[in-house]
Write a protein that binds this ligand. Structure first.
Ligand code: ATP
Ligand code: MG
Length: 274
């Protein structure tokens, strides 16, 4: 069988933070693959290393070891100079959309900025493309000249998505702001991501706190605990018959209506027996 090589292949990835007590290993030997135009979710309790993994994938952090093969090129250890042309191709939507948007800029300026970096030198053209993207993520044209503080959490996340899409990436790493958004807003953002994928063929790596979200957005899932992968596979299989007790506990949490109020799995797990 001839298989096209995956868009992203992560192998034995290790990420450590320096601390006063020595290095802390936040991601430990994680590996998975994501095909072009595919979608993969990473789930696990608070503090298990999801955001660290995401930041390493977009090379905001440099891993200690392992490989991050993007379309055939290992970017895990590439120096910034050689990374620059690849940066456009992988974009990230941050967990805290407020903290990651410059409060002094308007939505239009925020979305136009990556276009400038991508070499769109004409200011009018940048403004036009930014307006188009803001429309594409379902915000009204009145949003263009407002600042991050004037938006709701869900709207801010849409601005983050519009900014991330500006450079037409092959892969969007989306660190879901689950706890900050209520369920209906979350559902709208997910449906937006699905529509965009159908239109553009972009691939997603979505970080989700909740298995319900995973079912909505991804065909593959990686379950993490304490920096390690405990289970990986097709979402339908993992949800139907989770092999790991931890995944089973997460699944119970997903079925529990209290989990829908933005509680993170950790809190739900503490309250669950067996
Ligand atoms: N800059 C840092 N220095 C030291 N330790 C860190 C740093 N950032 C994160 N950590 C630790 O690394 C671990 C993983 O953190 P990370 O933010 O990746 O978790 P997460 O899975 O994204 O959690 P959440 O679901 O709450 O967003 C945690 O134990 C955290 O305390
Ligand atoms: Mg996080």
């Amino acid at each position: 069988m001839t298989e096209e090589h995956p868009l992203l292949s992560v192998e034995d990835l290790v990420v450590e933070y320096p601390t006063a007590h020595g290095p802390f290993r936040a991601v430990d030997q994680v590996g998975f693959q994501l095909r072009r135009g595919g979608s993969l979710a990473v789930v696990g309790e608070s503090g298990c290393g999801k955001s660290t993994l995401a930041r390493a994938l977009v090379r905001l952090l440099k891993p200690l070891s392992g490989r991050i093969v993007l379309d055939g090129t290992d970017i895990a250890a590439l120096p910034e100079r050689r990374l620059r042309p690849l940066r456009r191709r992988v974009q990230m939507v941050f967990q805290d959309p407020y903290g990651s948007l410059d409060p002094h800029l308007t939505a239009q300026q925020i979305v136009a900025e990556p276009l400038r970096l991508a070499g769109v030198s004409d200011r009018t053209e940048r403004a036009r493309r930014a307006a188009e993207l803001i429309d594409q993520v379902g915000l009204p044209s009145s949003a263009l000249h407002r600042h991050p503080a004037d938006f709701s959490g869900g709207q801010r996340q849409r601005i983050g998505i519009a900014r991330a899409l500006a450079s037409r990436p092959d892969l969007l790493v989306c660190d879901e702001a689950t706890s900050a958004l209520d369920v209906s807003v979350q559902a709208q953002v997910l449906s937006l991501l699905r529509d965009l994928q159908a239109e553009t063929g972009i691939a997603y790596l979505v970080i989700a706190h909740h298995l319900g979200v995973v079912r909505e957005i991804s065909t593959e899932v990686v379950v993490m605990r304490a920096g390690r992968t405990v289970e990986t596979g097709r979402t339908a299989d993992v949800l139907a018959a989770p092999a790991d007790p931890y995944t089973r506990a997460l699944r119970r949490a997903a079925l529990d209506p209290t989990a829908m109020r933005g509680l993170k799995p950790r809190h739900v797990l503490e309250g669950s027996s067996s």
